[in-house]
Design a protein around this ligand. Structure first.
Ligand code: AHR
Length: 324
């Protein structure tokens, strides 16, 4: 009887031991499987550039097995703030976002910092008094892009141009900085002046609408050049010019920024004169930064994207190589 009892006892012990081992293994496997979770608040889908940027970010997250919580703010800061707060509530590992405008982020960034979640700024910067509110910024030098557009136009017009300007979203970093860089350069040429300047909100529809109103104004005939803060607005303006019987790229020289596929097609067709590149394919750099942050590695405060300038003469050869 005693022997039988101790046999049962060791059987039970053995079973409990294997059960414990199985539980430990399962917990370990689950921990190893734990995915990195990143919350990304995107501005919207206002331009071809933005669509390419979204695709780059989504594709890179998928490639790396990162869980991406993606929120489209439809170009509204309040929607971005809501999304950022919801990422905090969900306890994501890292928050990244492309701020629609430069100011108004201090409060929410402080909340995120208190929650201990690192922030990466993607594409656009913020104006904050405390730069410890974000870890790093990845994007372009918008001031330099504006300068490049100004230099190109100064050369192409021999320093003489009556310019209409299609401005990006008011208060956004690219609109502020591109204008700054462009005016800095043309300020060196007494024969170059901006006579019209209005926001087209970085969209093709608004770019067309604003150009239509420029062309209807009594002094429209003076305009010899257009500087559009992005290609989409330039493409809309090209349509407006054609409908008004003005030859885009000939009657009015056009320089814009981004380097999207549509801009290369317009250049190849002789309707756009120059596009200054702004590279949206920053998904790989963004997730390299996420990995580095989670590995507790030190990152530079700014990582700049390398970009070029393309003219009509290069368009046809360059078109097949364009990735966005
Ligand atoms: O922030 C980058 C700018 O935003 C791009 O030039 C424009 O096309 C986009 O909407």
């Amino acid at each position: 009887m005693k022997k039988h009892f101790s046999q049962t006892e060791s059987l039970v012990k053995g079973l409990l031991g294997s059960l414990l081992l199985a539980t430990i293994c399962a917990v370990g496997a689950r921990a190893a499987e734990k995915k990195i979770v990143v919350g990304f608040s995107q501005i919207g889908a206002e331009s071809g550039w933005r669509t390419a940027n979204t695709e780059s970010i989504k594709a890179e997250a998928a490639k790396r097995g990162i869980e991406l919580k993606f929120a489209d703010a439809q170009q509204k800061q309040e929607n971005q703030i809501k999304a950022l707060r919801s990422f905090v509530a969900q306890g994501v590992d890292v928050i990244a976002f492309s701020p629609v405008v430069e100011t108004g982020w201090e409060w929410v960034l402080r909340e995120i910092k208190r929650a201990g979640i690192p922030v990466v700024l993607s594409d656009r910067a913020v104006a904050v008094t405390d730069d410890s509110l974000y870890v790093t910024f990845i994007g372009a030098d918008f001031v330099e892009e504006g300068r490049r557009a100004g230099r190109w136009l100064a050369k192409a017009s021999d320093g003489k141009a009556v310019i209409a300007e299609l401005v990006g979203t008011p208060g956004s970093a690219p609109a502020i900085d591109r204008k700054k860089g462009f005016t800095e350069v043309i300020g060196q040429y007494p024969g170059m002046k901006i006579v019209k300047s209005q926001s087209g909100d970085f969209t093709r529809a608004k770019g067309k609408e604003v150009m239509e109103s420029f062309l209807k104004s009594p002094d429209a005939k003076q305009i010899t050049a257009l500087f559009a803060h992005n290609d989409d607005m330039a493409l809309g303006a090209i349509q407006a010019m054609e409908e008004a019987g003005v030859k885009p790229g000939k009657d009015i020289l056009i320089v814009s920024i981004d380097g999207v596929h549509g801009a290369f097609e317009a250049m190849a067709a002789g309707k756009l004169n120059c596009t200054v590149e702004c590279n949206p394919l920053i998904g790989p750099q963004l997730f390299d930064a996420v990995d580095a942050i989670l590995a507790k590695k030190k990152l530079p405060k700014r990582t700049q994207v390398i970009e070029g300038v393309f003219e009509q003469s290069q368009a046809a050869a360059e078109l097949p190589n364009r990735k966005y």
